[in-house]
Write a protein that binds this ligand. Structure first.
Ligand code: CTP
Ligand code: MG
Length: 227
Protein backbone atom coordinates (compact mmCIF):
# COMPACT_ATOMS: atom_id res chain seq x y z
CA UNK A 1 0.00 0.00 0.00
CA UNK A 2 0.90 3.66 -0.43
CA UNK A 3 0.11 4.44 3.22
CA UNK A 4 1.84 3.09 6.33
CA UNK A 5 0.51 3.58 9.86
CA UNK A 6 2.97 3.23 12.74
CA UNK A 7 1.16 2.60 16.02
CA UNK A 8 3.54 3.21 18.91
CA UNK A 9 2.55 1.06 21.88
CA UNK A 10 5.91 0.35 23.51
CA UNK A 11 5.59 2.63 26.53
CA UNK A 12 5.30 1.34 30.09
CA UNK A 13 2.56 3.74 31.20
CA UNK A 14 4.30 4.89 34.38
CA UNK A 15 1.77 7.69 35.01
CA UNK A 16 -1.13 5.27 34.60
CA UNK A 17 0.48 2.87 37.06
CA UNK A 18 -1.38 -0.24 35.90
CA UNK A 19 0.07 -3.74 36.25
CA UNK A 20 0.58 -4.14 32.47
CA UNK A 21 2.24 -1.90 29.87
CA UNK A 22 -0.31 0.81 29.08
CA UNK A 23 -1.36 -0.36 25.59
CA UNK A 24 -2.24 -3.79 27.04
CA UNK A 25 -4.55 -2.47 29.74
CA UNK A 26 -8.19 -3.43 29.17
CA UNK A 27 -10.84 -0.77 28.52
CA UNK A 28 -13.80 -3.11 28.30
CA UNK A 29 -13.31 -6.63 26.99
CA UNK A 30 -10.55 -5.25 24.74
CA UNK A 31 -7.15 -3.70 25.30
CA UNK A 32 -6.25 -0.11 24.52
CA UNK A 33 -4.17 -1.38 21.60
CA UNK A 34 -7.09 -3.37 20.19
CA UNK A 35 -9.29 -0.27 20.32
CA UNK A 36 -6.61 1.89 18.70
CA UNK A 37 -6.29 -0.67 15.91
CA UNK A 38 -10.01 -0.60 15.23
CA UNK A 39 -9.70 3.07 14.24
CA UNK A 40 -6.63 2.26 12.15
CA UNK A 41 -8.19 -0.64 10.22
CA UNK A 42 -11.41 1.30 9.62
CA UNK A 43 -9.26 4.04 8.03
CA UNK A 44 -7.40 4.12 4.71
CA UNK A 45 -5.88 0.83 3.52
CA UNK A 46 -2.35 0.78 4.93
CA UNK A 47 0.55 -1.32 6.13
CA UNK A 48 0.12 -1.26 9.91
CA UNK A 49 3.33 -1.42 11.94
CA UNK A 50 2.71 -1.99 15.65
CA UNK A 51 5.61 -1.13 17.97
CA UNK A 52 5.48 -2.91 21.34
CA UNK A 53 7.57 -3.61 24.45
CA UNK A 54 9.93 -6.58 24.22
CA UNK A 55 8.02 -9.73 25.14
CA UNK A 56 4.61 -8.38 24.08
CA UNK A 57 4.94 -9.14 20.35
CA UNK A 58 2.67 -12.19 20.50
CA UNK A 59 -0.05 -10.36 22.47
CA UNK A 60 0.07 -7.52 19.94
CA UNK A 61 -0.29 -9.93 17.03
CA UNK A 62 -3.35 -11.50 18.66
CA UNK A 63 -5.00 -8.07 19.06
CA UNK A 64 -3.99 -7.09 15.54
CA UNK A 65 -5.33 -10.20 13.85
CA UNK A 66 -8.67 -9.74 15.66
CA UNK A 67 -8.91 -6.09 14.65
CA UNK A 68 -7.58 -6.46 11.10
CA UNK A 69 -10.37 -8.54 9.56
CA UNK A 70 -9.44 -9.15 5.93
CA UNK A 71 -6.45 -6.79 6.26
CA UNK A 72 -4.41 -9.25 8.34
CA UNK A 73 -1.65 -9.51 5.71
CA UNK A 74 -0.92 -5.82 6.26
CA UNK A 75 0.21 -6.25 9.89
CA UNK A 76 3.83 -5.96 11.03
CA UNK A 77 4.84 -6.17 14.72
CA UNK A 78 8.22 -4.85 15.89
CA UNK A 79 9.95 -4.28 19.23
CA UNK A 80 10.17 -0.68 20.47
CA UNK A 81 12.89 1.38 22.14
CA UNK A 82 13.52 3.29 25.35
CA UNK A 83 11.89 6.51 24.17
CA UNK A 84 8.86 7.22 22.01
CA UNK A 85 11.22 8.59 19.36
CA UNK A 86 13.25 5.36 19.35
CA UNK A 87 10.03 3.39 19.02
CA UNK A 88 8.91 5.46 16.01
CA UNK A 89 12.36 4.92 14.47
CA UNK A 90 11.92 1.15 14.90
CA UNK A 91 8.57 1.43 13.15
CA UNK A 92 10.02 3.45 10.27
CA UNK A 93 12.66 0.77 9.71
CA UNK A 94 9.89 -1.82 9.20
CA UNK A 95 7.94 0.04 6.50
CA UNK A 96 7.62 -1.67 3.14
CA UNK A 97 9.20 -0.20 0.02
CA UNK A 98 5.98 1.01 -1.58
CA UNK A 99 4.87 3.19 1.36
CA UNK A 100 4.94 6.92 0.49
CA UNK A 101 2.74 8.42 3.22
CA UNK A 102 3.37 7.65 6.91
CA UNK A 103 0.94 8.21 9.78
CA UNK A 104 2.35 7.95 13.30
CA UNK A 105 -0.21 7.24 16.01
CA UNK A 106 -0.14 6.79 19.80
CA UNK A 107 -1.87 3.61 20.96
CA UNK A 108 -2.69 5.67 24.06
CA UNK A 109 -5.15 7.68 21.90
CA UNK A 110 -7.15 4.48 21.78
CA UNK A 111 -10.56 5.90 20.82
CA UNK A 112 -9.43 7.99 17.83
CA UNK A 113 -12.10 7.73 15.10
CA UNK A 114 -11.14 6.38 11.66
CA UNK A 115 -12.17 9.71 10.12
CA UNK A 116 -9.12 11.40 11.67
CA UNK A 117 -6.80 8.91 9.94
CA UNK A 118 -8.57 9.62 6.65
CA UNK A 119 -8.36 13.40 7.15
CA UNK A 120 -4.64 13.33 7.87
CA UNK A 121 -3.82 10.88 5.04
CA UNK A 122 -5.87 12.96 2.57
CA UNK A 123 -4.06 16.16 3.52
CA UNK A 124 -0.69 14.51 2.87
CA UNK A 125 -1.96 12.98 -0.39
CA UNK A 126 -3.07 16.48 -1.41
CA UNK A 127 0.43 17.88 -1.06
CA UNK A 128 0.98 18.75 2.60
CA UNK A 129 4.36 17.29 3.61
CA UNK A 130 3.58 17.28 7.33
CA UNK A 131 0.15 17.35 8.99
CA UNK A 132 -1.18 17.06 12.51
CA UNK A 133 -4.71 16.98 13.93
CA UNK A 134 -5.46 19.71 16.47
CA UNK A 135 -8.23 20.85 18.78
CA UNK A 136 -8.90 24.43 19.81
CA UNK A 137 -7.71 25.26 23.32
CA UNK A 138 -10.75 25.84 25.54
CA UNK A 139 -9.04 26.87 28.77
CA UNK A 140 -7.82 30.40 29.44
CA UNK A 141 -4.04 30.12 29.37
CA UNK A 142 -1.55 32.18 31.42
CA UNK A 143 2.18 32.46 31.07
CA UNK A 144 3.61 32.15 34.58
CA UNK A 145 6.88 32.91 36.33
CA UNK A 146 6.95 30.93 39.57
CA UNK A 147 3.63 31.75 41.25
CA UNK A 148 3.23 35.06 39.41
CA UNK A 149 1.26 35.55 36.21
CA UNK A 150 3.68 36.93 33.63
CA UNK A 151 1.26 37.38 30.75
CA UNK A 152 -2.06 36.30 29.32
CA UNK A 153 -1.76 34.19 26.19
CA UNK A 154 -4.21 34.65 23.34
CA UNK A 155 -6.05 31.34 22.98
CA UNK A 156 -6.64 31.96 19.26
CA UNK A 157 -2.97 31.40 18.45
CA UNK A 158 -2.87 28.07 20.31
CA UNK A 159 -3.97 24.56 19.38
CA UNK A 160 -3.69 21.22 21.17
CA UNK A 161 -1.79 18.60 19.15
CA UNK A 162 -3.07 15.04 18.68
CA UNK A 163 -2.13 11.98 16.62
CA UNK A 164 -2.14 10.43 14.02
CA UNK A 165 0.40 12.84 12.56
CA UNK A 166 1.04 12.33 8.84
CA UNK A 167 4.09 12.90 6.69
CA UNK A 168 5.51 12.32 3.28
CA UNK A 169 7.76 9.35 3.95
CA UNK A 170 10.93 10.94 2.59
CA UNK A 171 10.44 13.98 4.82
CA UNK A 172 9.91 11.87 7.96
CA UNK A 173 12.81 9.52 7.16
CA UNK A 174 15.22 12.41 6.62
CA UNK A 175 14.02 14.30 9.70
CA UNK A 176 14.57 11.20 11.86
CA UNK A 177 18.04 10.75 10.38
CA UNK A 178 19.11 14.27 11.25
CA UNK A 179 17.34 14.56 14.65
CA UNK A 180 19.93 15.44 17.28
CA UNK A 181 17.76 15.21 20.40
CA UNK A 182 14.37 14.01 21.66
CA UNK A 183 11.35 16.00 20.50
CA UNK A 184 7.90 15.98 22.11
CA UNK A 185 6.19 14.82 18.94
CA UNK A 186 6.94 13.94 15.33
CA UNK A 187 5.66 17.29 14.08
CA UNK A 188 8.22 19.09 16.25
CA UNK A 189 10.99 16.81 14.98
CA UNK A 190 9.99 17.47 11.37
CA UNK A 191 9.66 21.22 11.99
CA UNK A 192 13.19 21.20 13.47
CA UNK A 193 14.39 19.72 10.17
CA UNK A 194 13.03 22.81 8.43
CA UNK A 195 9.61 21.71 7.18
CA UNK A 196 6.34 23.60 7.40
CA UNK A 197 3.73 21.65 9.36
CA UNK A 198 -0.01 22.09 8.68
CA UNK A 199 -3.07 21.28 10.77
CA UNK A 200 -6.36 19.50 10.17
CA UNK A 201 -9.28 19.15 12.58
CA UNK A 202 -8.70 16.69 15.40
CA UNK A 203 -11.41 14.96 17.42
CA UNK A 204 -12.24 15.08 21.15
CA UNK A 205 -12.29 11.26 21.16
CA UNK A 206 -8.61 11.24 20.20
CA UNK A 207 -7.68 12.30 23.75
CA UNK A 208 -4.60 10.60 25.18
CA UNK A 209 -5.01 8.16 28.05
CA UNK A 210 -2.25 9.17 30.43
CA UNK A 211 -3.60 9.10 34.00
CA UNK A 212 -6.10 6.91 35.88
CA UNK A 213 -8.71 9.68 35.34
CA UNK A 214 -8.19 9.43 31.58
CA UNK A 215 -8.66 5.67 31.79
CA UNK A 216 -11.96 6.21 33.64
CA UNK A 217 -13.06 8.63 30.92
CA UNK A 218 -12.27 6.11 28.17
CA UNK A 219 -14.13 3.35 29.99
CA UNK A 220 -17.13 5.66 30.49
CA UNK A 221 -17.19 6.50 26.77
CA UNK A 222 -17.39 2.78 26.02
CA UNK A 223 -20.09 2.02 28.59
CA UNK A 224 -23.58 1.89 27.09
CA UNK A 225 -25.97 4.27 28.81
CA UNK A 226 -28.64 2.58 30.86
CA UNK A 227 -30.87 5.64 31.42
N1 CTP B 1 5.75 4.96 23.53
C1 CTP B 1 6.53 4.02 22.86
N2 CTP B 1 7.80 3.74 23.30
C2 CTP B 1 8.29 4.36 24.37
C3 CTP B 1 7.53 5.32 25.07
C4 CTP B 1 6.25 5.61 24.62
O1 CTP B 1 6.07 3.43 21.88
N3 CTP B 1 9.53 4.03 24.78
C5 CTP B 1 4.38 5.21 23.08
C6 CTP B 1 3.36 4.83 24.15
O2 CTP B 1 3.10 3.43 24.11
C7 CTP B 1 2.16 5.71 23.80
C8 CTP B 1 2.79 6.90 23.09
O3 CTP B 1 4.16 6.57 22.83
O4 CTP B 1 1.25 5.05 22.94
C9 CTP B 1 2.67 8.16 23.92
O5 CTP B 1 3.44 8.02 25.11
P1 CTP B 1 2.89 8.15 26.59
O6 CTP B 1 1.43 8.48 26.58
O7 CTP B 1 3.83 9.01 27.35
O8 CTP B 1 2.97 6.64 27.10
P2 CTP B 1 4.00 6.03 28.14
O9 CTP B 1 5.37 6.54 27.85
O10 CTP B 1 3.80 4.57 28.13
O11 CTP B 1 3.44 6.61 29.51
P3 CTP B 1 4.29 7.32 30.70
O12 CTP B 1 5.00 8.49 30.04
O13 CTP B 1 3.26 7.72 31.70
O14 CTP B 1 5.25 6.28 31.20
MG1 MG C 1 5.84 8.64 28.05
Amino acid sequence: PRVGVIVVAAGSGSRLGADAPKAFVGLDGHTMLRHALRGVFDGPTAQVVIVVPRGREGDARTDALEAAGDRRDLVTVVTGGDSRQASVAAGLAALWGDVEVVLVHDAARALTPAAVFARVADAVANGRGAVLPVLPVVDTIKQVDGDAVAAAVDRDVLAAAQTPQGFRRDILDTAYRVADRDYTDDAALVAAAGHQVFTVAGDPLAFKITTPADLERARAVLTPRTT
